[in-house]
Design a protein around this ligand. Structure first.
Ligand SMILES: C[S@@+](CC[C@H](N)C(=O)[O-])C[C@H]1O[C@@H](n2cnc3c(N)ncnc32)[C@H](O)[C@@H]1O
Length: 285
């Protein structure tokens, strides 16, 4: 079968761009080749697998799972059913940290998933910083480590398995004096209602444990802020910047939670490119 024949057979059944990308990955040639060479004869032994991938997409499986990877901040990340597929709106978190131009900082990514945020940062920032990635899912962490290796950053980023900041506290990684901390988190933040209304491909194929959080989507952030509050009084009084990805309707609900655990914090919210409140920045001096 040629590329054209495959395209004709599946025309209108899946998105044409997805079809091109699945063909491109099956024949291991760039999308430009798929567009420019409709007459290309696809090797027979690849056809069955190619059709299987197209039917997976037809059933609603995310393209990133079928291809096994997803681009984020111009880098390529392996993704599986155990990791959240990196979302474009999360790139703001990376941009916000880059604006701070960190030097000699401890940068911590809580809920690292595929490692997309911390790896993008470690790749961009040349100066000396310490990078930590944490996830409660061992399976996700395994993928994050593979992604760090893929990007030659396995020496630069240390990954820990555990609940929020606990593994760093247990391993005494936060007892660093005279150093600023940048704590980033894109933790599960969808409320029951929003998770319930999420598209089927999200609910059927992405881990609920990466998306849903009780108490209007804020239980994970509340627990993290509580940990940081305790950390601030007991272990480490150094200044900290906390950057959280949020759901737009959480702006007003999050403020009193922050003030409860970090009364002296300065709080700023920021919109994403779609004009929705997406980032919460917290400064503790
Ligand atoms: C929304 S996903 C974000 C993944 C990735 N950072 C990104 O931006 O695409 C949330 C991640 O937090 C992890 N997670 C959930 N609860 C956690 C906890 N209590 N401690 C650490 N990580 C947690 C999940 O396993 C998941 O990988």
């Amino acid at each position: 079968m040629t590329i054209l024949e495959i395209k004709k057979e599946f025309f209108g059944k899946i998105d044409p761009l997805d079809l091109d990308l699945i063909i491109s990955s099956a024949i291991k040639k760039p999308r430009e080749f798929v567009l420019a060479h409709p007459e290309y004869e696809i090797p027979k032994f690849k056809i069955e697998n190619l059709k299987l991938k197209i039917s997976r997409r037809k059933r609603g499986e995310p393209l990133a799972h079928i291809l096994g990877h997803k681009e984020f901040f111009s880098l390529d990340f392996k993704v599986t059913k155990n990791t959240l597929i990196p979302r474009p709106e999360t790139e703001i978190i990376v941009e916000e940290v880059l604006k701070l131009n960190p030097k000699n900082k401890v940068v911590i990514d809580v809920g690292t998933g595929s490692g997309n945020i911390i790896i993008s940062l470690a790749k961009k920032i040349q100066e000396k910083n310490i990078f930590f990635g944490i996830d409660i899912s061992e399976k996700a962490l395994r993928i994050a480590k593979q992604n760090a290796k893929r990007n030659d950053l396995d020496e630069k980023i240390k990954f820990f398995n555990g609940d929020l900041l606990l593994p760093l506290i247990k391993n005494r990684k936060l007892e660093i004096k005279n150093s600023k901390f940048i704590i980033l988190a894109n933790l599960p933040y969808l409320s029951k209602k929003i998770y319930g209304a999420a598209p089927k491909d999200v609910k059927n194929y992405e881990p609920k444990s990466a998306l849903y959080s009780p108490r209007e989507g804020l239980a994970h952030y509340e627990k993290l802020l509580k940990q940081i509050g305790l950390l601030q009084t007991i272990i480490n009084q150094e200044s900290k910047i906390i950057i959280l990805e949020i759901s737009p309707e959480q702006k007003s609900k999050l403020r009193p939670i922050i003030k409860n655990y970090l009364p002296k914090a300065k709080i700023e919210f920021q919109k994403d490119l779609a004009g929705k409140w997406r980032v919460c920045k917290i400064f503790i001096n």
